[in-house]
Design a protein around this ligand. Structure first.
Ligand SMILES: Cc1cc2nc3c(=O)[nH]c(=O)nc-3n(C[C@H](O)[C@H](O)[C@H](O)COP(=O)(O)OP(=O)(O)OC[C@H]3O[C@@H](n4cnc5c(N)ncnc54)[C@H](O)[C@@H]3O)c2cc1C
Length: 412
């Protein structure tokens, strides 16, 4: 077990649950615990402010149902964009691409109140939680990072104990300030601190899986285009590459574009963001979209490039006292639109169980079902993502490429 460090800390607090990371997973947990009547909840984040633009943006029907169960779906629907139709474009005989099919974006329409996807940028989703938590007296402490964590193994089975000791650093204060360091004694800790999770590393939890060769560029913009399906979700396969279009709130769209590794990978095999830019990503998209055109916008809302890792944590908890959730325990491509959804559903699953155990209406063994249920979900998602990423990145079927991915295969 990692050991704590001796620090000069004047403040020492006890909390039922300390959440490290205020992204979608951490905020869902803090909100759900507060709503369940757990009033000793603390949530901290290293960023001085919440996400301003970009990152994840898709809310799936099951997540919208969770929002509805908390009375949050009206705001989600009023701020987001609904996606009802998915359009498919494939190579045409004259070169370029043509429309192959339009289908409902969500197929099991009779089993949900929300037979569509909703898109809204991550910062706006985070605001829904932050605003509603504030009404229940829970605020995110920022910018704050943990510097040490230790679990007292002798106390982990004692329901009344606070066996996890975490030292927090308030990074905007001076080291000599009284409030610079703080010691928190917690009954439970959740690491919801993203793909490079500090909590996961300090609990010695390894990630299992691989990096892939698929490199994607993402750009958010208001488009000027003659592509007729630009307000539908589009999956586009051309002989010049693949692209996905996601309509977004306002008049924005997001383009996901497959990039050639040699353009953006450095000698050490890492993605070098300085070799790309929104203009470069848009130029690749233009080749895929031909004969349709897209103008250069006056400005871009957000952009990034990334290489897909398909990994899941070997375990989700240590002694059922320290847990990890969200990107901290699973990473995969964003094309199935599940990253933020799976992350919030992890902590939704954990929060009601923690609330029962803390209130004495559930036995601690209930907490074991978190890893049992959510790790299996992540493994299934990654298996699906492997197939999907391969199909999406594969060359399309054509007269010259009979082994390529057919539309029927992709639709299935
Ligand atoms: C740059 C980037 C681009 C992305 N692009 C897309 C995309 O295009 N499409 C898509 O679907 N998904 C995308 N994702 C993934 C998506 O954002 C995640 O799947 C989703 O947000 C998972 O939620 P989470 O709460 O688990 O993690 P995150 O959203 O990563 O939240 C983790 C939080 O923990 C905080 N944190 C991290 N370390 C510490 C620490 N040591 N101490 C305190 N706080 C800490 C972070 O500041 C952050 O607020 C992107 C993620 C990133 C980082």
């Amino acid at each position: 077990m990692p050991t704590g460090v001796a620090v000069k800390a004047t403040k020492s607090n006890k909390v039922d649950v300390l959440i490290i990371g205020a992204g979608p997973a951490g905020l869902m947990c803090a909100f759900a615990l507060a709503r369940a009547g757990v009033d000793s909840v603390r949530i901290v984040d290293q960023r001085p402010t919440k996400v301003a633009a970009g990152q994840a943006d898709g809310i799936q029907p099951r997540t919208a149902e969770i929002f509805k169960s908390y009375g949050l779906s009206d705001r989600l629907l009023s701020e987001g964009t609904q996606l009802h139709v998915a359009a498919f474009y494939n190579p045409s005989k004259s070169g370029g691409i043509e429309l192959t099919d339009r289908v409902p974006d969500v197929t099991a329409t009779d089993s949900t109140n929300f037979p569509f996807e909703v898109t809204l940028h991550q910062g706006a989703i985070e605001s829904i939680f932050i605003d509603n938590m504030r009404d229940m007296g829970v605020e995110v402490s920022r910018p704050v990072v943990p510097t040490s964590i230790e679990v007292d193994e002798a106390l982990v089975e004692d329901d009344e104990a606070y066996p996890v000791r975490v030292v927090l650093e308030h990074t905007e204060s001076e080291p000599e300030d009284e409030e610079h360091n703080e010691i928190v004694h917690a009954k439970y800790v959740l690491g919801a601190d993203g793909a490079h999770s500090w909590v996961r590393k300090h609990m010695n939890i390894s990630m299992q899986g691989e990096q892939t060769n698929y490199i994607w560029g993402v750009v958010d913009l208001v488009p000027e285009t003659n592509l007729p399906d630009v307000r539908n979700k589009c999956a586009i396969h051309s002989n010049n590459g693949s692209c996905m279009i996601i309509p977004r709130e306002g008049d924005k769209i997001r383009l996901y574009i497959q990039l050639d590794g040699k353009d953006v990978i450095d000698d050490g095999g890492r993605v070098d963001k300085s070799r790309a830019g929104p203009e470069m990503i848009l130029n690749v998209a233009r080749k895929t979209l031909h004969p349709f055109t897209i103008e250069t916008p006056q400005s871009y809302d957000w952009w990034t490039i990334y290489i897909i890792g398909q990994r899941v944590a070997e375990r989700y908890s240590v002694h059922d006292r320290v847990f990890i959730a969200g990107d901290a325990c699973h990473t995969h491509s964003p094309k199935a639109g599940q990253g933020m959804n799976a992350s919030m559903q992890d902590s939704y699953n954990l929060a009601w169980k923690l609330a029962h155990v803390l209130k004495g209406t559930g036995h601690r063994t209930l907490l074991q079902t978190y890893e049992l249920e959510r790790r299996k979900y992540a493994q299934d998602l990654i298996n699906f993502d492997k197939k999907f990423a391969k199909l999406f990145s594969g060359k399309p079927h054509s007269e010259l490429n009979s082994d390529g991915v057919s539309h029927a295969e992709f639709l299935q």
